[in-house]
Design a protein around this ligand. Sequence first.
Ligand code: RUQ
Ligand code: CUA
Ligand code: CA
Length: 634
Amino acid sequence: MSKDNNPNKNPELLQDADRRKFLNTAALAGLAGAGLSVGLAGCKKPEEAVAVKAADAHIEPGQLDPYYGIWSGGHSGEVRILGIPSGRQIKKLGVFVPDAMSGWGITNESKKIMGTKPDGSLLYTTGDSHHVHGSYANGTYDGKYAWVNDKIHSRVARIRLDVMECDKITHVPNVQGIHGIFPDKRDPVDPNLNRTTRVFVGMEFHTPLPNDGRDLDDPSKYGCLFSCIDAETMEMRWQCRVDGNMDLTATSFDGKLAACNQYNTENGAHLEDMMSLEHDACVFFHVERIERAVKEGRFTTIGDSKVPVVDGRKEANKDPRAALTCYVPVPKNPHGVNASPDGKYFICSGKLSPTATVIDLALVLKWYNGDLKEPRETVVAEPELGLGPLHTAFDGRGNAFTTLFLDSQVVKWDVEAAIKAFKGDKAAKVVVDRLDVHYQPGHINASMSETMEADGKWLCVGCKFSKDRFLPVGPLHPENEQIIDITGEKMKLVHEAPVHPEPHDFIIMTRDKIKTRQIYDLDEFPNAVKEDRVERKGNKVTVYMTSQAPNFGLREFKIKRGDEVTLVVTNLDKVEDLTHGIAIPKHDINFIVNPQETKSVTFKADKPGVYWIYCSHFCHALHLEMRSRMIVER
Ligand code: RUQ
Ligand code: CUA
Ligand code: CA
């Protein structure tokens, strides 16, 4: 074959859809010879159709990754965009915490999204971004939004995937420690809404409700709320009070059910009271019934919050045919709940139990119809997997991959075989393969895993400890993201990379799902600067300035000591990647403006003198000369 047909040698081959089509058809014969097997038209076995050799994990310089990875940053409060399978970090963006490169948390626009105190300073400068999930349409990612939750201050952020920036943050009221998050996948009632319209979050730390200093030690006054946010407006829709604490969240493909795995179903206020029962639960929410209850006024409110709160506690939901919630018992202190891509099951990992619990969603709906005696009858398998099962991913070919924290392994298992074994079939081969990972894995995800297009190519494993895998860098070691080829029967570790602690979760989607824009539209910004000028109203001064490489629109401007200055900058450059930075010495201001973007900052001019505002982002051969003189008169 000609060497040019090998995508590892010729970057052009993977750079656009047509080229890939070419790869999958015309070039097939040649590629097979190069040691690459690619999908054959009409080929029946899915294993073969997606077979990719491990060599593909190596992305040559100049070659693009076939997948986007969207990673949470943990207590760095950020979100990161990776290329998969190379593991290269392409972008990171401030979400819950300020970012000194972009000016997130410094500009007025970002501060407004993040929330400020009356004095204009940020409400919070810490964050703990946990779980990232994407918006859905027709059972798969539509590439419109991603959401991520902040555990520490109970915030939910939305990221616009067209520009890969956060555009809204919701502060969820009445809750503490929101942990699980998942968008819904379609509307339970309106068949036309086959896409995400709600985002659900579960509250992990139960507190007195309201949490205002009364009822500190009375467990009966403590509670947890499951919250629903409107995916478009990002406003709160409702909350549902439950027994027990909620950990992670999953949603069904038909939109009817959401669920959280739970611990402390004892409702204990102290740690030692939280572990006495042998079983905890996976609590299911009947979305349509909850919304009907809200509509009919069957709700209360908590404290100053106006958000309707319905009662999902066991006492109030004894009749399955009217119940808002269904508590399915699972072995105590489970972790992680994941939805299989065939839409049939939710799987809760055991954590303290060496098992995973497979719950059949059709049976949960049957329970809600009054056709089952006990919620536990919805459990169709509980295979023993190993020590410390935490999270599960899927390959779309019937296999599940579960992280075993204590065993430092990933176990690949066959879901239908586990169901047969549960029914008593001794011959059913449940565990397919085991692979050592390094070390103590928490989150796991596969390419397109929790969508109907799960493609079973790459598995990423977030290892909480890297120990001896990288050069030592002092007391703190990085975490280790390992990438595993799951196209074959056996898993194959092909790549690992140290990552800044600590990514909690991530999703991996084919790159064709996301269409990014490289240039903004001036009209998107109502405050776009049309003309360079300085306007004064008393001691409030607004400086309107444009930027166009290699100049700022104002070569200098004068203000007076004590002025409150708002500097508005519009980048008039229309060229992709022609971004300017605006850095003001001694004023703690630095931010970027992308092509055709407008941003502003407000600050107090309290230090007379000359300050060179300079471009802090390399933009042009005369980048170093790109400056404006700010004169503060005494
Ligand atoms: S949870 S390691 Cu915060 Cu994502 Cu399972
Ligand atoms: Cu403009 Cu550097
Ligand atoms: Ca660690």
